[in-house]
Design a protein around this ligand. Sequence first.
Ligand code: ZN
Length: 433
Amino acid sequence: MSAEEFTLRGGVVINPAAGFAAQADVVVAQGVVQDIALPGKCDTAGEIIEVAGKLVAPGLVDIHVHLREPGQTHKETIATGTRAAVVGGFTSVCCMSNTTPPIDTPDRVRELVDRINHTAACKVYPFGAATKGHGQDELTDFTGMLEAGCVAITDDAFPLQSRQLKRQALLQAAEVGCVFIAHPEDKSISADGLINEGELSAKLGVPGMPRRATAEAVAEWVGLHDCGAYLHLAHIATKDEVELVTEALPTWTGRLSMETAPHYLSVTEDAILRFGADAKVNPPLRTVDDNTAMAAAVRNDIITIIATDHAPHALDEKALGLEEAPLGLVGLETSLAATATVLKPRTPADWLWLLDKFTAAPAQLLGLEAGRLVAGEPADIAIIDPQVQWTVRPERFESKGRATPFAGQTLRSQVWGTVVDGRFVFRAGELLV
Ligand SMILES: [Zn+2]
């Protein structure tokens, strides 16, 4: 990528990693941030870009993205998924290991990193699978995969079931010093469930997924408090799960954290009536009470990270209908706006708090050199217009996936520009990669 030289002038810099929220100019050259200074106090360079009224933030970081490559490129590719990412303001994404074949050996990590280096529009950090072939029998070579370029190990999409295996996984993660990201789900309870179990599932005659399916799994995970592990729980979506983790925190010997996704903050199971399979996701959309509890947990900083669980499927797969279509939504192009629409940040201080969940917090969890604006470091930047309202049109998505319960909804705030390594990859609605 050729670098550019420019000065972002008159915007409000929001840099959660440094607790900084104030008007400042940002100078970018040779791929790095050269200076962040009070208005008019720096030597401007290159093109002057007026960004008054906009927020200048670190490029966003999403630690839960399914890029589907290798092997499922009819659903998404590294190229299409990362183009969707930069439209959403993300400059770093972590990709899940449930590809075909799965990312479960150091060689497969190296092959994936090679593909990423050739086709990604932003930075991509791979996760390694917890068990060989997602088989629930034998743990993978955590150390080898980390050395090959993985930044965490996960059981996402193929949740570990036996308590013994969970314990082994956490002990091994603690030993090698990596974060373990768990998809909490007890398959013996969720069984064939497709949507929230309740009146709606009964009325539609569709198998329901009981709330206990995730709560029981979370209870088992947090019961492994003595392993000294860094455990991060993915896509927390119910009040029960938050309560279990909150109770367990004082006994936990390593680090314990949670993420939720934007759709769990504001969308209920009723979206199934309007969107059918396009609102079918795992874990399922639940109730207003759960939405309220998720938003409260984010407000209280109990949930510290927002991640999309961007899980695209091909249009003809989602067209199979509620019972046959695969589970998963897309989220990269709506994530920040959908969250801001619910949590309503108004002041720079509000944005500092909200953007922490999209930048510094996820980057710090995984030790990524991302999610912050520092002079001398790579210029990965998201420029956000906090006032704009826009309507979600899935047919315009860069992602190959179109399933979103936000279709047709008017959201608040929009990404105006995205800079990766000092180069605009998205600017004023135009994708430049
Ligand atoms: Zn998952």
